[in-house]
Write a protein that binds this ligand. Structure first.
Ligand code: SF4
Ligand code: SF4
Ligand code: SF4
Length: 188
């Protein structure tokens, strides 16, 4: 049945309204994601860039995204310590709890350890370590130099016999994450 002119006008006006609404919604969603992308960039700039994964995310960008999306706390970047945690909190408009401040200062480093008795010496881990922290000859047990290891987890993923694990270093005077700026001296 052919449409009369009133029905035709109604259809045209409805289609125009839907079109305008669609454009407005897409503009709104683009401007919102643009804003959060910008914030992710700013947050990432404050991170050390070590890509070591000690925050529990596979790199600084992933941690920055989680922070902006409210899925991570500001105190998870061990290399950044308390200064970075404070900058992140300020950027995101949140307050660091005293518990978070303690964690950011005192969390010991994570490093890889190779269980030599099961290592086959395939060399896969050493080839992929981004900081050359693994040594060992082919078909010989390999070792990690914890001084250089940044705990990125790459070697753990590459080892075909699962003989590498990440451990938290026991804090010692040598590896303690000293943050001298946070120590307050009292004059007598
Ligand atoms: S812990 Fe490592 S990967 Fe995570 S934000 Fe800090 S430097 Fe980047
Ligand atoms: S030894 Fe393993 S965890 Fe440590 S930096 Fe190298 S690849 Fe990463
Ligand atoms: S990848 Fe695993 S088995 Fe191969 S050398 Fe490294 S620790 Fe040993």
């Amino acid at each position: 049945m052919p449409l009369d002119s009133t029905e035709l006008n109604f259809l045209i006006v409805g289609a125009c309204c839907l079109f305008v609404l669609g454009i407005a919604l897409s503009f709104l969603s683009r401007s919102q994601s643009g804003g959060s992308d910008e914030l992710v960039k700013q947050v990432e700039k404050e991170l050390p860039g070590a890509q070591c994964a000690q925050c529990g995310f596979p790199g600084c960008h992933a941690y920055a995204e989680a922070l902006v999306n409210g899925k991570a706390a500001c105190d998870k970047c061990t290399p950044g310590g308390i200064d970075t945690a404070a900058k992140l909190a300020s950027l995101l408009g949140v307050t660091l709890s005293s518990h978070e401040q303690d964690d950011a200062i005192f969390l010991p480093r994570t490093v890889a350890v190779i269980h030599e008795s099961t290592c086959t010496g395939c060399t896969k881990c050493a080839k992929h370590c981004p900081v050359d922290a693994i040594s060992g000859a082919p078909r010989q047990a390999h070792q990690v130099d914890e001084q250089y290891c940044i705990g990125c987890n790459d070697c753990v993923k590459r080892c075909p016999v699962n003989c590498i694990e990440l451990i938290r270093l026991e804090p010692t005077v040598a590896n303690f994450n000293w943050d001298l700026n946070s120590i307050r001296f009292q004059r007598n």
